[in-house]
Design a protein around this ligand. Structure first.
Ligand code: GLN
Length: 454
């Protein structure tokens, strides 16, 4: 099959099915067909680019040259970037064809995709349910077969939680392995891009292209590149897998708990040794995150001032009003809430009580993992406390929405990698995910174990 034929199939699927899911914000029909034609020519000329002709789609947080990039916000409704994010550039060099830009929670703030200015995404397994967030468009598109693979970003769970809700595989890499250049910033010390696909093997193939040092991102690691697909054959035999009892607590749905325990037992059957461990500070990870992430967001989002780019209010009399009105009109309620919280916790008089305290909690969480990884190679547990919930169920209750990330957030605070692996279905037919966490730079190991499990 040629790249043009393959691309045409996916474009047609999107056109006929996505009105039910709303997983795409912008379709790149002409651009995709043009790069598919180029891929076919390159193949005829003997190119061996590893992903040559593979259609993919990008979360709308990645800047794409000449292709609208909204970040799910009204603020960037008409923004067409003059440059590509490094992730986009690297995947393009590997030969991928960009089908379009995927729906997401506004500025990646959310766990259900309901904060998008472009409408809520639906879960393909049951369209009355949310797909998770913030990379909900990515998860829904891959799960529904509208794209073979997609990019996502994960600041507190935004790759793993939607991957779990939609039954796909998603990796949040070690902080610093994938460049953040051109990825619209939410909380820079936590943000990390990663692959979302049907299998660990597909994620590894994407990581081969995505990871690598980038001088344009000051937090990019000099040894960021890796042997992701080449390392997939590593055996599970003899691995020590830690299971924290703190994960199996009140609030964890019993069906999710049973499926995750069964998946862990399967890893044991494959030769892994299960070791009980403790992560005592996991319980306060969400609280620390909702100080630190808004603090960083309030600073990062200061750039949207209505002057340089983005939404500009029309009827204003002076500069102060221009800032206020443009930001009020451009940002949705959740983004405004985060900016207010962030500004508050950073303000003189409150800084020590909130921001500094949260940074200390962050150190304790990092220390929990350091201690755990002295004894085990991996940690296994649930990705989410429940399977996908109904649209609207948590929309009016931010705290219950925030708790959807209770199992994923500590990973970002520590900067370690973690993988969501689908591990079965509830009696209602909804997918459930197991989360594997690894030490720094254990991304390859996670993918290898995921591959063996699948
Ligand atoms: N749901 C979390 C939040 O709303 C995490 C989002 C993310 O990882 N981008 O902040």
């Amino acid at each position: 099959i040629s790249a043009v034929e393959l691309t045409t199939v996916f474009l047609q699927r999107i056109q006929s099915l996505d009105s039910q899911l709303q997983s795409f914000i912008t379709l790149n029909e002409e651009g995709a067909l043009a790069s598919a034609r180029r891929a076919d020519e390159q193949r005829a000329a003997g190119s061996v680019a590893p992903l040559l002709g593979l259609p993919i789609a990008h979360k709308d947080i990645f800047s794409t040259r000449g292709l609208r990039t909204t970040c799910g916000s009204r603020m960037l409704e008409n923004y067409v970037p003059p440059f590509d994010a490094t992730v986009v550039e690297r995947l393009e060099q590997a030969g991928t064809v960009v089908l379009g830009k995927l729906n997401m929670d506004e500025f990646a703030m959310g766990s259900s995709n309901e904060t998008s200015h472009y409408g809520a995404v639906r879960n393909p397994w049951d369209t009355r349910l949310v797909p998770g967030g913030s990379s909900g468009g990515s998860a829904a598109a891959v799960a529904a077969g509208l794209a073979p693979a997609a990019t996502g970003t994960d600041t507190g769970g935004s790759i793993r939680q939607p991957a779990a809700f939609c039954g796909i595989t998603g990796l949040k890499p070690t902080y610093g392995r994938v460049s953040r250049y051109g990825m619209i910033a939410f909380a820079s010390s936590l943000d990390q891009a990663g692959p979302m696909a049907r299998s660990a093997e597909d994620c590894a193939l994407l990581m081969d292209a995505m990871a690598g040092h980038d001088p344009r991102d000051s937090t990019s690691h000099p040894r960021a590149a890796g042997e992701f697909s080449a390392g997939l054959q590593r055996p599970v035999q003899g691995l020590r897998i830690g299971v924290a009892e703190e994960f199996f607590i009140d609030g964890l749905d019993t069906q999710v708990a049973d499926l995750v325990r069964a998946a862990i037992a399967q890893l044991e059957d494959m030769g892994a040794r299960i070791v009980p461990i403790h992560l005592p500070h996991n319980a306060v990870a969400v609280s620390a995150y909702y100080v630190l992430a808004p603090a960083e967001a309030s600073s990062n989002l200061a750039r949207f001032d209505g002057v340089r780019y983005g939404h500009r209010s029309r009827d204003v009399d002076n500069l102060q009003e221009l800032y206020l009105q443009s930001r009020f009109e451009g940002f949705g309620a959740e983004v405004r809430r985060r900016i207010l919280i962030g500004t508050y916790v950073l303000s003189a008089g409150y800084y020590d009580a909130y921001y500094l305290k949260a940074q200390k909690v962050r150190s304790l969480i990092r220390e929990d993992f350091r201690r755990a990884f002295a004894e085990v190679d991996l940690i296994a547990g649930p990705t989410t406390p429940t399977a996908a919930f109904a649209l609207g169920a948590k929309r009016e209750d931010p705290v219950s929405m925030y708790l959807a990330d209770i199992y994923t957030i500590a990973v970002n605070l520590a900067g370690i990698p973690a993988l969501n692996l689908p591990c079965g279905f509830t009696r209602e037919g909804l997918p459930v995910g197991m989360q594997l966490m690894g030490n720094y730079f254990a991304d390859e190991l996670l993918l290898a174990v995921g591959h063996a499990y699948q």
